[in-house]
Structures are given as structure tokens and as C-alpha cells.
Ligand binder design. Structure first.
Ligand SMILES: NC(=O)c1ccc[n+]([C@@H]2O[C@H](COP(=O)([O-])OP(=O)(O)OC[C@H]3O[C@@H](n4cnc5c(N)ncnc54)[C@H](OP(=O)(O)O)[C@@H]3O)[C@@H](O)[C@H]2O)c1
Length: 446
């Protein structure tokens, strides 16, 4: 797989770079950028010891130079002009921690095109454009490293590329959004309603003022796209991930789940079966004794099931200044070590052609919570609908009855059934006059 230092498949000839001083251009000086800058400027960890070269922070790009920052930079380092980094031939590595696609995408492309190495934390750019950027990096003998884009301080990206590379990946099951996991933990342990738990997450700085990307599963779908593209060496797109958010969950779902022996977690799952990959993000019931059920608060976890290594669980802090700095500095160290060696990147397109299986083909167990008229015979009608769809009932719970509205709440769990059959059955149940509301439907991930 290695390319000789003198030649390159379809790019310019390599220029072994043996500079004693490696200059960094940092794009972004917010939560993550200040952590990275402080680390490079500080003396608590000597880059020279692990890389054999001096690492120098040459420029830091911001939008607004007048803002007060909690990390002091040497004079002349701060700039609001991206060209100061992109056109400086002495800057070897660009660390992009601005976020968003515009202008980050263009800056990354420009830097790679001029042979600069990129370290980025940008999951959106990597999910949408990762394979294209990897190709551009290869053509320009540059490295593109993105450990911080998934799981904050958890070293999952590097492991997928290197340590687990010998495995056929059967599945990835993960909790990769700390904000949702914090909200679900509050709802489960304290009976907090969704809106209240979200408000607390915002007050603590775990959720943004516009939390849509987190609570609707979009952020997790970006990260799952990156992991699946690495696992299956095919370029997936975030639009291929089936996505459901957590905002429909109510406190009683957590009570029922607990009674049935489960926790509710928002999972991001990729699995390969019969030549097709299924990609999905949704809240699901997880057996209470499973390790993923015990991942609480802002923590993340990724369980990878490989053909050789079996199931391996990564667990740790999925965001925040310090854990993300850990991932970025690790990538900077790798980029410095690789400079001049033209170490090959994982090729995104060399995996077997895999199709993406539609969600309707999923086979899963289900949890359904319904509000029904408190009359005899309702359950028999629901059982009939499920039976017609070849869906067999595993358990039925009826706990809360409301005499004032003559309604009752029923929870049904099923044996494995096809998603499409389940959706048809839910539609038929909604049409029954005795069913007031299908309050929630969740998959059960055993
Ligand atoms: N925060 C985390 O825990 C975490 C964890 C993993 C990955 N990430 C990823 O890391 C990246 C950065 O996140 P963050 O939380 O550090 O963001 P942040 O606090 O909002 O900081 C963004 C920084 O980028 C600068 N910036 C934004 N747009 C710019 C532009 N057009 N030109 C110049 N500078 C610009 C901002 O400048 P000003 O300061 O002048 O506004 C700011 O310094 C994102 O991709 C995020 O998804 C974050």
C-alpha cells in the first residue's frame, strides 16, 4: 500500500519535508481552538519529545480580533485573514476548528491543494466531503486527519483506520451525541420532562441555543457516516442514515422501559448483513445489563464488532475542550511524524460495492405505547392487527388508566418483525376509533 517517497500515483512528486521547526496555522480560536493553542504554547507536553521536531503556533485565525480570549497569544499571531495561513509556504499543518462547511470546506481544499496537512474536528465537512478530501490529500501528498470529528477524546477514528483494519466490521453500535445522552439520562434518572432536560443541558453549555442538530440526530448521523465510511471503505452520505430524534420521548417511556428491563438510549448503528449496510440513528430500548445502557451523562461509547477482534467497547468523554484537544494534538503529532514519509491514507473507495438497506427492511423488536379507550375488546382488536401483519406480541403492560377521560395506556412489546409491517400495523391501529393516540414507537436493540 505504501507509495515510494519519490513518486506518487497521480499527484505531484513528494517533497520530503525535514524542517526542524513545524509551523501550525490554527483556524478557529473558540472552545476547541483555545484548548489546542494553550497546549501547543504550554510546556506541560513537549511535542519535540514525541516528534523529534519543534512545533510552533505561527498564526491563529478568528472572525473577530477584538474579542477577549482566555488564552494569550504572542504578538502578531492572531489574524482575521485566512490567506495569512493558506498562502504562507512555511505553514506545514493547518488545524481547522471553525466548524460548519462554509468557509471551512474551501479553506481545507485550498490548504490540501498546496500540500499542507490538515487536522480537523469538523464532522459536518468530513461526513459530507470526507472521501473527496481524502482523494485531494492523496493527490497532494498531504495528510488529512480527523480524530476529533467523532467521539471527542475517544480514539475511535485512528483505531478504525489502523488497529481494527484487519477486521470485517459486522456492526458499530454507538452513543455519539453527548447532549442527547445527557438529556436522556436526566429523563431516566430524575423523571424530568424532555423540554426541562433540554433547558438544563442548554444552561450547562452542553446544548446549543439551536439544539436541532443534536436532538434530531443530525450530529450523530454525521459521525455515523464517518465511522461507517471508514469501516466499510465506501463513501456513505449523511442522507443515507435513517434518523429519528428524541423529542417525542415522555417520562412514562422511561418508566415502562425500566419495568421491562431496559434503558432508553439514542443509538447510532451501522451493520452489514448480506452485502448491504443499514445506517440508523434513533432512540431505542437497550437491555439494562448491556454496557451501552450504563453510558450516562455527556459520555460517549462506541461498540465495534469485528470479525477478528469480536466486540470492542470504546468509552469516554465525547466533547469538551480538553478531550477534543487530546484528539487534535494526537493528530498533530501523527501529522508531524508522517511529514516527508508520504504515509498512505486509507482509501475511501476501495471497499466492496455495498448497498444501503432501506429502513423498511429492518427486522427488529418493537415497543409501542398507545392511549386507548378504556373499553373491553380493544386489546383484541390491536392483537388482530398485529397478527395480520405477522407480528407476534411478546408482552403487554397496562398501568395508567384515566377514569376522567375513560382512557388507558397500553404498552406492547413484540417479537422480531419487519419495520414495514410494523409501520403498516401502526397506521391500522391509528385508524381504530378506540385508539386515541399511538404515543410512541421505539425499536428494541438486543
Ligand atoms: N466544542 C466541542 O466540544 C467539540 C467537540 C468535538 C468537535 N468539535 C468541533 O470543533 C469545531 C469547533 O468547535 P468549537 O466548539 O470550538 O466552536 P466555537 O467555540 O464556536 O469556535 C469557532 C471558532 O472559529 C472561528 N470562526 C468561525 N467562523 C469563522 C470564519 N468564517 N472565519 C474566521 N474564523 C471563524 C470563531 O471566531 P471568533 O472567535 O472570532 O468568533 C471561533 O474562534 C466544530 O467543527 C465542532 O463541531 C467541537
Amino acid at each position: 500500500m505504501a507509495t515510494s517517497p519519490e513518486t506518487s500515483a497521480d499527484g505531484p512528486p513528494d517533497k520530503p519535508d525535514n524542517s526542524a521547526v513545524v509551523n501550525i496555522g490554527l483556524m478557529g480560536f473558540g472552545v476547541v481552538g483555545t484548548g489546542v493553542a494553550a497546549h501547543i504554547l504550554g510546556s506541560n507536553f513537549s511535542m519535540a519529545d514525541v516528534t523529534g521536531r519543534t512545533v510552533n503556533l505561527k498564526k491563529v485565525l478568528v472572525r473577530d480580533a477584538s474579542l477577549t480570549r482566555d488564552v494569550e497569544l504572542p504578538a502578531g499571531v492572531l489574524t482575521t485573514n485566512a490567506e495569512d495561513i493558506l498562502t504562507d509556504p512555511d505553514i506545514h499543518i493547518v488545524v481547522e476548528v471553525m466548524g460548519g462547511t462554509d468557509p471551512a470546506e474551501n479553506y481545507i481544499k485550498q490548504a490540501l491543494s498546496s500540500g499542507k496537512h490538515i487536522v480537523t474536528a469538523n464532522k459536518e465537512v468530513m461526513a459530507k466531503l470526507g472521501p473527496e478530501l481524502m482523494t485531494l490529500a492523496r493527490q497532494n501528498n498531504a495528510n488529512l486527519l480527523f480524530e476529533a470529528s467523532v467521539g471527542g477524546g475517544i480514539p475511535i477514528v485512528g483505531c478504525m483506520m489502523n488497529e481494527l483494519a484487519a477486521n470485517d466490521i459486522r456492526s458499530i453500535r454507538s452513543i455519539i451525541n453527548g447532549t442527547t445522552n445527557y438529556i436522556l439520562t436526566k429523563m431516566a434518572h430524575e423523571g424530568t420532562a424532555f423540554k426541562e432536560a433540554l433547558g438544563e443541558a442548554q444552561a450547562l453549555g452542553y446544548a446549543e441555543s439551536d439544539p436541532t442538530n443534536d436532538i434530531e440526530g443530525i450530529d450523530a448521523s454525521y459521525k455515523l457516516t464517518i465511522l461507517a465510511s471508514l469501516a466499510y471503505r465506501r463513501s456513505f452520505q449523511p442522507s443515507e442514515v435513517y434518523c429519528e430524534g428524541i423529542s417525542k420521548l415522555e417520562p412514562q417511556d422511561f418508566r415502562y422501559a425500566e419495568e421491562l428491563g431496559y434503558a432508553i438510549k439514542s443509538l447510532a448503528i451501522a451493520n452489514l448483513e448480506e452485502g448491504a449496510v443499514q445506517l440508523r440513528v434513533y432512540p431505542a430500548l437497550v437491555p439494562a445489563e448491556h454496557m451501552l445502557a450504563k453510558v450516562d451523562g455527556v459520555y460517549n461509547a462506541v461498540e465495534v464488532d469485528g470479525s477478528l477482534c469480536g466486540p470492542v467497547l470504546f468509552h469516554g468523554m465525547g466533547a469538551g475542550r480538553a478531550p477534543t484537544t487530546s484528539a487534535i494534538i494526537g493528530d498533530v503529532v501523527e501529522a508531524v511524524r508522517k511529514m516527508g514519509s508520504n504515509s498512505p491514507l486509507l482509501e475511501p473507495h476501495n471497499g466492496t460495492e455495498l448497498t444501503v438497506r432501506p429502513i423498511g427492511d429492518l427486522v427488529s423488536r418493537y415497543y409501542v405505547r398507545l392511549e386507548v379507550a378504556d373499553h373491553p375488546g380493544v386489546l383484541a382488536q390491536i392483537a388482530q392487527i398485529l397478527g395480520d401483519g405477522q407480528i407476534s406480541i411478546a408482552a403487554v403492560l397496562q398501568r395508567d388508566t384515566h377514569p376522567e377521560t375513560e382512557s388507558a395506556e397500553i404498552v406492547i412489546t413484540t417479537h422480531p418483525a419487519r419495520e414495514q409491517s410494523m409501520q403498516n400495523a401502526l397506521k391500522a391501529m391509528t385508524d381504530l376509533p378506540q385508539v386515541k393516540r399511538v404515543s410512541n414507537t421505539l425499536r428494541i436493540e438486543e
